[in-house]
Design a protein around this ligand. Structure first.
Ligand SMILES: Cc1cc2nc3c(=O)[nH]c(=O)nc-3n(C[C@H](O)[C@H](O)[C@H](O)COP(=O)(O)O)c2cc1C
Length: 247
């Protein structure tokens, strides 16, 4: 029912208005990511009088298929139905949704989706959240993860010279542009740290099969041909040692 309402901007506005009229408490409207334009839904909640937005809820999914029984999971007496994906896998979706909501409203945002440590919490704060929430990570690891999260966040803020969340909230959001406004036209070239490269060859395979065949192994070290490299970044993603960067 929640997802059904959350997919309809008019319903979101009407129900937000109704709840707001019925309570003096602050009203935080939590949004589903299972929509085409979450900004429109957030704007509807704002128009209905929401005090803040929380996002995201789980991402509609079928987690797997039992290939022996030939039934999607979870198998409920031979039948199944789509459910909600949560945890680390949805963090990139949640970050994008948060940014879209930030563009559509000025309301305070509470970031949710795959947060499991101080680093991921900071990502949401930098994209404009003023608070964060954890679900799946606590379910799996227990509340013991909260103290290290707070400590890591505190260390980050000290290192950066920040006293309050407001000092860095939204800093990354401010760097988001439309794709068409990004500066393009100059090609970056891959730089491989030979001392870190183990010669595993994953970058070579990635570049050959999905890139520009610009890499090869020479004496068990990846070497780039700058004439062929397009700066696509695939090799850096494939490198388990983080030996590749671009300049
Ligand atoms: C088992 C489970 C139960 C959940 N129940 C609710 C719920 O009752 N109401 C709600 O708004 N969100 C519910 N959620 C969604 C979470 O609050 C959260 O929005 C989502 O899981 C993404 O955050 P996470 O990756 O930190 O879990 C539930 C999530 C899980 C995994």
């Amino acid at each position: 029912m929640g997802m059904f309402i959350g997919q309809n901007a008019a319903l979101v506005q009407t129900i937000t208005q109704g709840v707001k009229a019925a309570t003096g408490l602050p009203l935080i409207v939590k949004l589903t990511p299972n929509v085409t334009d979450i900004g429109t839904i957030a704007a509807a909640a704002a128009a209905g009088g929401a005090d803040a937005i929380a996002a995201i809820n789980t991402v509609a999914s079928i987690p797997a298929v039992d290939i022996d029984a030939e039934v999607p999971l979870p198998n409920v007496h031979g039948k199944s139905t789509p459910g909600g994906l949560s945890g680390a896998a949805i963090r990139p979706i949640a970050l994008r949704c948060l940014a879209d909501i930030g563009k559509a409203t000025q309301l305070p945002l509470s970031g949710i989706g795959g947060i499991a440590d101080w680093h991921s919490a900071v990502e949401f704060l930098l994209l404009g959240a003023t608070t964060v929430q954890l679900g799946t990570a606590v379910m799996f690891q227990g509340f013991k993860l909260i103290d290290p999260l707070c400590k890591g966040l505190s260390n980050y803020m000290t290192q950066k010279g920040y006293d309050r969340i407001e000092d860095f909230c939204g800093h990354a959001f401010a760097h988001l542009e439309a794709h068409s406004d990004l500066r393009t036209g100059e090609t970056l070239c891959v730089r491989i740290a030979a001392s870190v490269c183990t010669g595993c060859g994953r970058c070579v395979t990635a570049c050959e099969s999905g890139g520009f065949a610009a890499l090869r192994l020479v004496k068990k070290k990846a070497v780039a041909d700058p004439q062929r490299c397009d700066g696509c970044g695939l090799c850096a993603l494939a490198c388990p040692e983080k030996a590749i960067r671009y300049a």
